[in-house]
Each structure stands twice: as structure tokens, then as C-alpha cells.
Design a protein around this ligand. Structure first.
Ligand code: PGA
Length: 255
């Protein structure tokens, strides 16, 4: 399948930034700038911003995502948010397994897998993040790390469900550091991810999956990264908080 047939997706990952009022203001600024986008545009925002974000983007082409979800339907999980809660208010996407969750909050491939399966069962589209640490890259085990994450995070996810999965390749050393992977490095790992998907499922299923790159992607480097055949979009942190920068990345993906 050629790249043009896959859905290009630019998703902002706001992390722990913006109050509900600030979220409305930022989305109001972004909306007119991306109105003619020829790719999918998503803003993944903090839980308390979701309702305001959904209201602010009504009638626009911007879709809203959460930054995590729990796997249980309900119960004694203080501080957690269920897929049903997200679905009911109109959330469509959810970021799962972000390296910050893995690094600071004890997220493991097992819990990423549980969350992924729960999200899919609820009709949410997970953006599953994978990526190697700098040390792992230096030790030359990037492919082993990625293969393991892909296999475990997608364990028991059916071929039919895979159609609703987005993969984000985010080398941990490139996140928030200003150190972008080169376009060739991003392409190399995104192609490897697709090959792993082909092994786990089949080539046709793998060819249809949108694979994003994330890690200091910005208005200056998006063109080159997105020109790569296996880089179908971006998961954008810092640059997604500035309307003009985010819109420029959307524009690069719309070519
Ligand atoms: P960054 O973050 O663009 O600020 O590097 C990307 C991410 O963490 O998704």
C-alpha cells in the first residue's frame, strides 16, 4: 500500500499544560488555521480540559483525545478515568504508553496492553507510544526494544481492532529535548515497526496502520520527517501548544 492511502494524523499531546479556559482559547486559535487540512487533526488534552475542548471544537475538523485511560470499567481505582467516561463525553482518541507514563508512573507493557484492549473494546482509538531510551540505542538494541513493545502492547489485539490503532514511535531521548531523530532514523524505526506488524498480522494489515513520529517535531523539521515513506504523521508535544507552529506541522502533513 502506498503512503498516500494511509490516514496522515497530526496529534497534539498537551501533557500537563493548559487550564480549561486556556484550552478553549488555544483551540479557538488553532481551528481556523487547520480548517482546510488534508490530514486528521487531533488534540490530546488533560482530563479536565476534555469537556471544554470538545465544546470548542464542535463543527471543526479537530478531534479530541485523552492522555490516558484505565482498563477497568469502574471500581476502586482512585484517581483513574475509565474508557466509558471518556466515550460518553465524546472523546475519540487516547494516548497510551507514553514514555512519561512509563518513566514516572510505572506504566509497563502489560498495563499498556490492558489499557489498549479496554480502549478498543470501548470504541476509542488508541495512540500507542513506543520508543527506546538513549542508552538502549547506544547499546544497539533499539530493534529488540521496539519489537518487544509492539508485541506486548498489542498482545491479543485482533486484526480487525488493529484498524483503529495508531502507533507513535517516540525515541525517549528526543522527547522535549530539542534533539530530533534524523528523518532517516525515524524512517528506519517506523519501517521496522511496520515489518513487525506484518509479522504479527500480515502485510496488508501492517500497510494500513498509521505510524507517527514524535520527539521534538516542529514547524522546522516536520516537512523532512513527514516526507519519509513510513512516517505517516506526528505526535507533537511542545510545538502543539503554539497555534501557528502546530498549524504549520498540519500543513506539512497535508501535502
Ligand atoms: P515533544 O513531545 O514534541 O515536546 O518532544 C512529544 C511527545 O512527548 O509526544
Amino acid at each position: 500500500m502506498d503512503k498516500a492511502k494511509r490516514t496522515a494524523i497530526i496529534a497534539g499531546n498537551w501533557k500537563m499544560n493548559k487550564t480549561p479556559k486556556e484550552a478553549t482559547a488555544l483551540l479557538n486559535a488553532i481551528a481556523p488555521l487547520v480548517a482546510d487540512a488534508d490530514c486528521e487533526v487531533i488534540a490530546c488534552v488533560p482530563y479536565v480540559d476534555l469537556a471544554a475542548a470538545i465544546e470548542a471544537t464542535e463543527g471543526t475538523n479537530i478531534k479530541i483525545g485523552a492522555e490516558n485511560c484505565h482498563w477497568a470499567e469502574s471500581g476502586a481505582f482512585t484517581g483513574e478515568i475509565s474508557t466509558g467516561m471518556l466515550k460518553e463525553i465524546g472523546v475519540e482518541y487516547v494516548v497510551l504508553g507514553h514514555s512519561e507514563r512509563r518513566q514516572y508512573f510505572g506504566e509497563t507493557d502489560e498495563t499498556v496492553n490492558k489499557r489498549t484492549k479496554a480502549a478498543l473494546a470501548a470504541g476509542l482509538k488508541p495512540i500507542v507510544c513506543v520508543g527506546e531510551l538513549l542508552w538502549e540505542r547506544e547499546c544497539n538494541i533499539t530493534e529488540e526494544v521496539i519489537a518487544r513493545q509492539i508485541k506486548l502492547d498489542l498482545w491479543d489485539v485482533t486484526e480487525e481492532e488493529l484498524k483503529n490503532v495508531v502507533i507513535a514511535y517516540e525515541p525517549v531521548w528526543a522527547i522535549g529535548t530539542g534533539k530530533t531523530a534524523t528523518a532517516d532514523q525515524a524512517e528506519e524505526v517506523c519501517a521496522f515497526i511496520r515489518a513487525q506488524l506484518a509479522k504479527l498480522y500480515n502485510q496488508e494489515a501492517a500497510d494500513a496502520v498509521t505510524i507517527q513520529y514524535g520527539g521534538s517535531m516542529n514547524d522546522g523539521n516536520a516537512d523532512e520527517l513527514l516526507s519519509k515513506v513510513n512516517v505517516d504523521g506526528g505526535l507533537i508535544g511542545g510545538a502543539s501548544l503554539v497555534a501557528e507552529k502546530f498549524a504549520a506541522i498540519v500543513k506539512a502533513a497535508s501535502k
